[in-house]
Design a protein around this ligand. Structure first.
Ligand SMILES: *Cc1c(COP(=O)(O)O)cnc(C)c1O
Ligand SMILES: [Zn+2]
Length: 500
């Protein structure tokens, strides 16, 4: 629909203008910093930062009801820069002009109701939000669209040039960083650091395919992160890990979309998120808080953060019920099929602590919970979901295992429904499905395949056939007829088909 065709009341707001006054704020000392320079930690106390809009309250001048209409009508626009996460421009990055926005098809991911069978089996009504249907096949694209749009803005203003964007990754951050950087080639180049053999072949192929410089480092993600931090302190590079607060802003779009997907009525909803470096859950909490503050939603949904037993520092922190006695301890991770969340020292932990406090106290009761699940449950639930019409990645399996656990523990009750974050596409992690089907997990995973979930291809090659077709070498006449019939018969026998 063309902008001039929108209702009078909405027209003035339908195309957002550059607005607001965005600054970094340190979560340690409270100091504020301007955004002209790219900052990742407080120059004073080294704590992590969040971006906030000093003029945020101006958004309250528009009633929540009007905001809801603005976003709903905006979906009908055909302006690429407003089709993705910047549909919520006023909340995502109001100081970024539309002409700087990099849109590669991220955001607006589908919410798919779980199949009837799967809902019965899990014992709850729920949906998957398929963030694997983003351009690089994970939710990381939301944050990269934001970070690279801002960098693009700085490039266009002439305040930076020849940017080298760098990140450490459990696989998906580097795929997204390399993709978005390569779109801005000539102004932005990218380099990614991966833990050697700790990302899947599909994830490794992504930054290679996008032309990034790819470095594999011994150790796990936490080790790569330290190297990247050292690089960003000593050299002039743009850090694209979720330490970069622009990433957090972009990922808040996930919450805004859920609000819109559920008609802005979230009182009976529980949102399940897997936790690794804790950037995603930071964004999810922050997003709902902002929509709540402006009156776009009138209740805060429950949020349940899920971790594997093999990488559970956030869960452990919150095991202590008395806030004053909580003490954060990084842990040493063990191998996990939820490999993108295999992180023992999450960078965003201070952000989580800060925002969880705010969320629960605004809600007047505990609305954020943390759970741990077993490796066995993660993969069993992933495979079960996918045998019932879904495309969940292992982390989607993790959130589903979390839902089942939450029901058991009484964290959510019968009238509540859930949205599960399937953070990436199943194909990125197909190697774990293969290990399951081949029963080839090393002992550290503690996974025993359940026979009813195993699936393997059947090679059909009737022994009595002298010749079979080969590429470039087709069979002809009677010989081909025999081949077709014999193979068809074998398949029919295997499927126990009845003749017509
Ligand atoms: C990065 C990632 C996570 C973990 O998100 P954090 O923001 O690091 O907590 C979970 N799942 C997938 C597929 C990821 O790529
Ligand atoms: Zn500080």
């Amino acid at each position: 629909m063309k902008p001039e065709d929108f209702p009078q009341k909405i027209k003035p707001f339908i195309i957002p203008a550059q607005s607001g006054d965005v600054a970094y704020r340190c979560l340690g000392c409270g100091q504020e910093y301007g955004i002209e320079k790219l900052l990742y930690t407080c120059p004073d106390c080294r704590e992590v930062l969040l971006l906030y809009d000093k003029e945020f309250d101006r958004l309250k001048e528009i009633p929540g009801e009007t905001w809801r209409k603005i976003f709903d009508y905006r979906r009908m626009l055909n302006i690429p820069s407003l089709k993705g996460i910047y549909l919520y421009h006023e909340f995502i990055g109001p100081i970024v002009p539309l002409e700087s926005i990099v849109y590669l098809g991220e955001g607006r991911t589908p919410v798919i109701e779980a199949s009837t069978y799967l809902q019965e089996k899990a014992g709850a009504r729920f949906w998957f939000k398929n963030d694997g249907q983003n351009p690089s096949a994970s939710f990381k694209d939301r944050g990269m669209a934001s970070a690279l749009s801002y960098i693009n803005h700085l490039v266009q203003k002439g305040s930076v040039k020849d940017v080298l964007a760098i990140c450490a990754s459990t696989g998906d951050t580097s795929a997204a960083a390399a993709l978005y950087s390569s779109y801005l080639k000539s102004n932005v180049k990218s380099a990614v650091l991966l833990p050697h053999k700790k990302v899947t072949p599909q994830q490794l192929s992504q930054p290679l395919g996008s032309g990034a410089a790819v470095f594999e480092i011994p150790g796990v993600f936490d080790d790569c992160m330290k190297v990247v931090e050292a690089l960003s302190e000593k050299y002039s590079v743009a850090l694209l890990n979720s330490k970069n607060a622009w990433r957090i802003l972009g990922q808040e779009s996930y919450s805004y979309e859920i609000a819109q997907d559920f008609e802005y009525t979230l009182s009976n909803l529980a949102v399940f998120v897997p936790i690794g470096n804790a950037g995603n859950i930071t964004s999810v909490i922050s997003g709902f808080l902002k929509f709540y503050a402006i009156g776009i939603i009138d209740s805060l949904p429950k949020i349940i953060g899920v971790q594997s037993e093999h990488a559970n520092p956030v869960y452990r922190y919150y095991l202590e019920p008395v806030p004053e006695k909580r003490h954060f301890k990084p842990i040493t991770v063990k191998p996990s099929v939820a490999q993108a969340a295999m992180i023992g020292n999450p960078v965003s932990m201070p952000r989580v602590i800060h925002l969880v406090n705010e969320y629960n106290s605004l809600a007047g009761r505990q609305k954020i919970f943390f759970l741990e699940v077993t490796e066995q449950d993660i993969i069993d639930w992933e495979l079960t979901a996918n045998r019932n019409g879904h495309i969940a990645c292992t982390h989607g399996g993790e959130t589903l295992a979390g839902l089942v656990k939450a029901k058991e523990l009484g964290i959510i009750d019968a009238n509540e429904t859930a949205v599960l974050d399937s953070t990436a596409h199943a194909l990125k992690f197909s190697i774990f499905q293969e290990m399951y089907f081949e029963n080839s997990f090393s002992e550290e995973y503690s996974i025993k395949p359940r026979p009813e979930l195993i699936n393997k291809p059947v090679f059909v090659y009737p022994e009595d056939l002298e010749n079979v077709p080969a590429p470039g070498n087709p069979l002809k006449g009677k010989e081909f007829e025999l081949f077709v019939n014999r193979v068809a018969d074998e398949i029919a026998k295997s499927l126990r088909l009845k003749p017509v």
